[in-house]
Design a protein around this ligand. Structure first.
Ligand code: FO1
Length: 314
């Protein structure tokens, strides 16, 4: 790919962060916009926490905890140990340095800054060139319905209950009233290529598509939109995608992902493991690219990014 391109990546958490690490090896960071899900955001201890934004920023800054894919490497937990001593909320582990991010974000939001503005300040403070763009500056809350407790917040499901309970419904509270962020709107309109990152289709990509205007902006340029399947061999690389898909009546496979994405993307990139499904995916009306999608190294991430760009470039 010769000509300099601009790329927008519809992003959730860990899978998106790994793909973005590959994209920035192939495209100038300043030419990349990560449009990030904020449905995972949670207010705890009076602090506004944006997990998917922070996972992406910390990963691109090479500061993320490599074991977990979230939070900072080399953390200490003194503040949380004090909260625990008092019997406070301690199921959501916030490291001492990570807390500084949430203190700053909460302070700036309280001053009237938008989430887009404060996210830009935090990303620049980590020296990032990639544009990290919240899907909206308005609150959107992913809420899931589980047995016994009814509807709970995403983090209460994912972390407090270790996503160990069945989910019968997912809702994005506030989405219908949320405004697509201006930065997200302009990057979706002007990017040469849009990549749907290998994030959870139901709780990371779906909240993005629920923001009015975002889905239509992607559909309008379906020919230059490529999705990477987060399901490999019927399983998610990380997180509850497989159980969520099954529980909500979707097929937990690359073909199932194709049926979910065929209206918004013209190409689906799948792993070698699922090569046998390429014909089924093409029968659904998407071009199918088979390559390594398990991003075990920055080199694989870069190769995957290049396959995505080449798949939809003139
Ligand atoms: N995930 C966990 O499984 N356990 C945690 O204690 C936890 C704390 C946490 C703190 C800050 C942050 O930005 C993310 C954190 N995550 C934790 C990940 C978070 O639940 C994300 O929403 C998931 O990675 C899904 O995107």
């Amino acid at each position: 790919m010769e000509a300099p391109v601009t790329v927008a990546v519809l992003s959730g958490g860990v899978g998106a962060a790994r793909l973005l690490r590959g994209v920035q090896q192939v495209v100038a960071p300043e030419a990349i916009a990560a449009i990030v899900n904020t449905g995972d955001d949670v207010i705890l201890h009076g602090l506004h926490i944006s997990p998917d934004i922070d996972t992406i920023i910390y990963t691109l800054a090479d500061a993320v905890n490599p074991e977990t894919g979230w939070g900072l490497a080399g953390e200490t937990w003194q503040a949380m140990s004090m909260v625990e001593r008092y019997g406070g909320v301690s199921w959501f582990n916030l490291g001492d340095r990570d807390l500084g991010t949430h203190l700053y974000r909460t302070h700036r939001l309280g001053e009237g800054a938008t989430l887009t503005e404060v996210t830009g300040e935090i990303a620049r403070a980590w020296g990032l060139g990639v544009n990290i763009v919240p899907m909206s500056d308005d609150r959107v809350q992913t809420r899931v319905t589980v047995p016994d407790d009814g509807e709970i917040g995403f983090q209460e499901y994912f972390v407090e209950r270790r996503h160990g309970v069945p989910v019968s419904a997912v809702r994005f509270a506030g989405a219908e009233a949320a405004a697509l962020s201006p930065a997200a709107a302009s990057s979706l309109a002007t990017a040469d290529v849009v990549i749907v990152a290998p994030s959870n289709p139901l709780v990371s990509i779906a909240p993005l598509l629920a923001v009015p205007g975002l889905r239509d902006a992607v559909v309008a340029r379906r020919a230059t939109t490529v999705a990477v399947s987060p399901i490999v061999g019927g399983k998610a690389i990380k997180g509850p995608a497989e159980e969520l898909l099954r529980g909500l009546g979707h097929e937990a496979s690359a073909v199932g992902v194709a049926t979910m994405y065929r209206d918004i993307a013209s190409v689906l990139v799948i792993d070698q493991v699922d090569a046998e499904y390429a014909a089924d995916i093409e029968a659904i009306g998407m071009r199918c690219i088979v390559t390594d999608t398990i991003m075990s190294s920055p080199g694989v991430s870069a190769s995957l990014a290049r396959h995505c760009l080449d798949a939809v470039s003139a």
